[in-house]
Design a protein around this ligand. Structure first.
Ligand code: SF4
Length: 77
């Protein structure tokens, strides 16, 4: 990998399951309302972050390559 990823959580969609923070404890934080936030707007590409996005039950997490804007998750159709 070696890319930087931009991480966005759609708070209108997040149901606060906490699965992302469990999958990638360094990548996501839950606030007092149990809404998930990226720990930082960008992160090094990491399997744990991808697993968090893939594992979100409501697909609230979007990952794009920071430089190019290319879709990482969900993948482009
Ligand atoms: S896994 Fe999805 S629904 Fe659950 S806290 Fe994370 S972003 Fe929200």
């Amino acid at each position: 990998m070696g890319d930087r990823w931009r991480v966005v959580v759609d708070r209108n969609v997040c149901i606060g399951s906490g699965m992302c923070a469990a999958a990638a404890p360094d990548g996501f934080r839950l606030d007092s309302a149990r809404q998930s936030h990226p720990a930082a707007p960008e992160t090094d590409a990491a399997e744990s972050v991808l697993a968090a996005a893939e594992g979100c039950p409501v697909e609230a997490i979007t990952l794009t390559v920071a430089d190019s804007g290319e879709a990482v998750f969900p993948p482009e159709e």
